[in-house]
Design a protein around this ligand. Structure first.
Ligand code: F6P
Ligand code: MG
Length: 459
């Protein structure tokens, strides 16, 4: 079950793998250490202090391993559910490999697992998230776009009075088109790349107006939006009695998660979906990925966080804050009623790609096979779908994702991804060569995107 194309590796100097393994990861780890030192300064109980200094020492060891390009060692058994998966993979494929010559995707994921190990071995700090502060701060720097969406979507969705069936369907199609794009572009602001962004830069990336979206649609290089709508609005999606089940394999917390929820809210209200299942990570992952804590934080701060929100969004009006609360209350209702479900399978925090999903996590595969549509958000999920290798860019998406398109039982899959790393597929022949010439760096800027569908093979 391997693709015929080679994987990107840290020593490939022409690829983003090289800069990531050599520079970005040590920078991210350094910032993480600063975060823990901050926490340490606020701590006074001796046992907890000592415990935390040991976490910092383990992080410093990891920094030495990373910068010294050490060989990858097994993960120390901290009793967590993903350990057998990790150590099997290390033993089977990556024994003797180091950070630079192991496949980039694996080496990068391994670094985040080692970072988690620094805390999981402690007594008091097992679930400490070194990126939590950063994630909350970026949400608070997204004020304009947050309120633009909340004031627009707080009131329940209603079809225009007296509209014909055809007009109602057309209105839904337009909304679907717009909200899918909002959900897509919400992925531009992940923290691992945008650490140095100003508030102005973030604003530009997060504009959600109609004209802006029409302009940015030209930057969707492979665009199956029309096909996705055709499927989602057909009888094949869900049943006659109820809407479909849609699964989001989430990417980033903060603004992106907020956009995902705005989209999920409309999918329920429009009747297209009767259930949304969100899949998040069990621990801090690729800096900004969603954990349960982030999911809860978002909903709770929308509903209860007004004092806090007033401080972080000083320009927000009372009605802005009220709209956010209204949205948050409705979302909490969905959770209560089981229309929204949050899950966190161990497979999502391993180094395996989705080419191995059925073999390494058969329970998860069977679970996803029951979905009517699985939407994978973001760059890392796209790398995992395509096994992060040098696939020719005109390769159709269903070919590039291998078994997850062809194995019996696979559900329809969509990738909503702004392009932030080397692997690209599903775009017209010649486009990548032209961009290589005209806009070097286009693969890591987040300016371009793909919206790609694989129809799956439901039995
Ligand atoms: O380090 C590179 C990377 O793995 C890329 O996938 C991307 O640049 C970033 O980290 C994560 O992006 P996303 O949050 O969209 O998956
Ligand atoms: Mg991410």
């Amino acid at each position: 079950n391997n693709p015929p194309w080679p994987a990107y590796r840290g020593y490939h100097e022409y690829s983003f793998a090289h800069a990531t393994m050599g520079v970005r990861l040590p920078t991210i780890l350094g910032k993480a250490i600063d975060d823990v030192v901050k926490t340490l300064n606020d701590e006074y109980e001796e046992e907890r202090v000592v415990d935390l200094t040991e976490c910092i020492s383990r992080m410093e060891d990891l920094m030495d391993d990373l910068q010294g390009n050490s060989k990858l060692r097994p993960i120390i058994d901290d009793g967590e559910g993903d350990i057998p998966l990790w150590n099997k993979e290390i033993a089977r494929y990556f024994r003797g490999k180091d950070f630079m010559n192991a496949p980039w995707l694996f080496a990068e994921a391994y670094k985040y697992r080692r970072m988690h190990e620094c805390f999981s071995l402690s007594k008091y700090w097992k679930s400490y998230d070194v990126f939590f502060r950063q994630k909350c701060e970026t949400f608070s720097r997204s004020g304009d776009a947050v309120f633009e969406l909340s004031t627009r979507f707080a009131e329940p969705f209603r079809q225009a009075d007296g509209a014909t069936v055809a007009e109602q369907l057309e209105a839904k199609r337009l909304m679907f088109h717009e909200l899918t794009q909002i959900c897509l572009w919400g992925n531009s602001t992940d923290l691992s790349l945008l650490i140095n962004m100003t508030e102005e830069d973030i604003k530009k990336l997060q504009s959600t107006g109609g004209d802006h979206l029409a302009a940015t649609e030209q930057n969707i290089l492979g665009n199956d939006l029309a096909k996705i709508w055709e499927y989602v609005s057909s009888d094949r999606f869900g049943t006659k009695e109820k809407g479909g089940r849609l699964d989001f394999v989430l990417d980033n917390a903060g603004f992106e998660l907020y956009c995902d929820c705005v989209y999920a809210d409309w999918l329920i209200q429009s009747g297209l979906c009767s259930q949304i299942r969100f899949h998040g990570k069990r621990f801090a992952w690729f800096v900004s990925d969603v954990t349960r804590q982030d999911f809860d934080w978002l909903l709770n701060s929308m509903v209860y966080g007004h004092r806090y929100l007033r401080a972080v969004f000083p320009n927000a009006s009372d009605s802005d804050l009220a709209s956010l609360k209204k949205l948050g209350l409705r979302w909490k209702e969905y959770v209560k009623k089981g229309q929204w479900v949050y899950e966190q399978h161990s497979f999502w925090i391993t180094g395996y790609t989705y080419w191995q999903l059925r073999d390494e996590a058969p329970d998860l595969f069977i679970h996803l096979a029951d979905s009517d549509l699985v939407v994978f958000k973001g760059d890392l999920n796209h790398r995992k779908l395509t096994m992060d290798c040098h696939v020719p860019s005109e390769t159709p998406f269903p070919v590039a994702i291998g078994p997850l398109a062809t194995e019996p039982g696979t559900p329809p899959i969509v990738s909503l991804r702004t392009v932030k790393s080397d692997v690209v597929c599903g775009i017209p022949a010649g486009k990548a060569d032209q961009l290589d010439k005209d806009e070097p760096g286009w693969k890591i800027s987040g300016k371009y995107a793909v919206v790609l569908l694989s129809e799956g093979r439901k039995g």
